[in-house]
Design a protein around this ligand. Structure first.
Ligand code: NAD
Length: 482
């Protein structure tokens, strides 16, 4: 179903994110028939080029990152006709009159995607208003990072609020655009089966792991000022934690959902220093490709920035008091994998022999790769061997459960279509972002005050030995990263 006619201006349209995700994603929506014929995509960036040059760049980006064997030429040509470019300076006057002219007098939905360095977010908002493009129907899409602490996030929220209402601001966290994230809500709130068990009485603990195999790559300078806590935990892992732990909202409505998420963040206990482990990747000594260790990669032999975090936290409310939440994320780990795992308690009493092989139920929600949800269930091992028990997965992996043609939509394209539809459910509200920083700030300040130095872990491993010890002390184990 096509969305309503729109004009989408992508500030930073020539940048890395636009070329890898936004533009190829829009092309896939075009092929799916979702983009109306009179919709326009307008690249706006500092690079000096014209619309023809930008179209050539878009075609290249689609060929490289579109994930299609060979994009159908006729479709590609038709898509490119809807693309335009304005060379613009977010901080100066160049290009604004031209953009204003392009956007004048349309009654389409207007969306402005800020895919530029965060230092320019405020300038763009201000310029849009000066040039008469910040009317009450306009929407702005804001990339991460949203501040680097509570103070900067509040300042950014205040700047954006000068020019736009909260209902016009779409703060992107692409983790929320994953199919499985929405399916998590469907599974929790669309079935009778799970919600009665979804609490401290039946859940032993919950783990959230976001593991990457890549290192800091070319982003070393940026990353070293940020670290895993700011870059991953404060936003992506916190958002996943909220969705898994929140109370059922009264309606599936953007503010009802976000109200419940906010309550989770506000109920989080402060993290004790011995419940948070920081790591920094060392080189992998068997690595034939010779990837550098973290400090070489960022060019600072004394860097104290973490590329790995493992932490334990609690949610102090009736539902969760007593159930620990373990969060873990890192670079250069053994596999690329994002997974939420709900580990249920043992049955109160086992009627089977001690060595029969009874397992706990484990519900695992995978965001990547192989998005899907699996529930481990204990059954009898088939055959004449007596009452032997095995754990079998009830598999809700989408490609298997729904067939090969189950539509795979990338997070960015889904979220952009939500912007056009005016649905903010999967976007972070300003107060959520601030509450997440209010929880994160004291942790980071504590490290700074103590001069804390992260421990090393081998590239290709799953983090520091201290992270494993923290789990072992609690009589639990991290799930294998795979
Ligand atoms: P980039 O450096 O590749 O591109 C920056 C873009 O901004 C270019 O198009 C450039 O022309 C434009 N630009 C720079 N200064 C300008 C100015 N004064 N006026 C107008 N345009 C100007 O950056 P990127 O990697 O594409 O990142 C864009 C945003 O997305 C950042 O906020 C980043 O944090 C965020 N982000 C990027 C990624 C990613 O994978 N690249 C992932 C998540 C979030």
């Amino acid at each position: 179903i096509p969305v309503d006619p729109f004009d989408l201006v992508i500030f930073g349209g020539t940048g890395d994110l636009a070329r890898r995700k936004i533009l190829p994603g829009l092309f896939r929506r075009f092929i799916a028939g979702q983009m109306p014929a009179n919709a326009r995509i307008i690249g706006a960036a500092r690079s000096d080029m014209d619309s023809a040059g930008f179209r050539a760049m878009v075609a290249e980006a689609i060929a490289e990152f579109g994930g299609m064997e060979s994009p159908p030429q006729a479709k590609l040509d038709a898509f490119l006709k809807q693309i335009h470019y304005v060379a613009i300076d977010a901080r100066g006057e160049a290009g604004w009159a031209e953009l204003q002219e392009l956007m004048k007098g349309t009654d389409k939905i207007e969306a402005y995607y800020f895919s530029v360095a965060p230092a320019l977010f405020g300038d763009l908002a201000e310029r849009l208003q000066q040039w008469g493009m910040a009317d009450k129907q306009a929407r702005i899409v804001v990339e991460k990072p949203f501040g680097r602490d509570l103070e900067t996030a509040q300042a950014l929220n205040a700047t954006l609020a000068t020019y736009f209402d909260e209902r016009q601001i779409y703060r992107i966290d692409h983790y929320l655009g994953k199919e499985t994230v929405q399916n998590l809500m469907a599974v929790r709130f669309g079935n009778m089966l799970f919600e009665p068990l979804w609490n401290a009485q039946y859940v032993d603990h919950i783990q959230i792991t976001v593991a990457e195999t890549v290192g800091v790559g070319g982003r070393g300078e940026y990353y070293d000022k940020s670290g895993a806590m700011r870059d991953m935990v404060q936003n992506h892992l916190m958002q996943l934690l909220c969705l898994i732990a929140m109370e059922p909202p009264a309606r599936f409505d953007p503010n009802a959902v976000r109200d419940e998420k906010l309550k989770v963040i506000r109920a989080l206990d402060p993290v004790l220093p011995h419940h948070i482990i920081r790591g920094q990747y060392d080189a992998d000594h068997d690595d034939a490709e010779g990837h550098p260790n973290y400090r070489d990669a960022v060019g600072d032999p004394r860097s104290k920035t973490e590329s790995f975090i493992a932490l334990k936290t609690q949610i102090s409310n009736w539902r969760w008091s007593g159930t620990p939440f373990y969060l873990r994320t890192g670079k250069r780990m053994s596999a690329r994998s994002s997974e939420i795992t709900v580990v249920f308690k043992e049955t109160p009493h086992s009627i089977f022999a001690e060595d029969a092989g009874q397992h706990r139920n484990v519900l695992s929600i995978r965001l990547q790769p192989n998005e899907g949800i699996t529930l481990g269930v204990t059954i009898k091992e088939p055959g004449p061997g007596g009452m032997r028990l095995i754990d079998v997965p009830l598999d809700m992996t989408f490609s298997e459960a729904l067939g090969e043609d189950a539509e795979q939509v990338d997070a960015y394209e889904r979220l952009i279509m939500d912007v056009i539809r005016g649905n903010q459910t999967l976007f972070m509200r300003g107060d959520e972002v601030e509450a997440a920083w209010a929880w994160t700030d004291p942790i980071i300040q504590g490290w700074e005050a103590r001069g804390d130095v992260p421990k090393f872990y081998d590239s290709g491993s799953d983090g520091t030995t201290e992270a494993f010890e923290m789990m072992r002390r609690d009589g639990r184990e991290w799930r294998k990263v795979a």
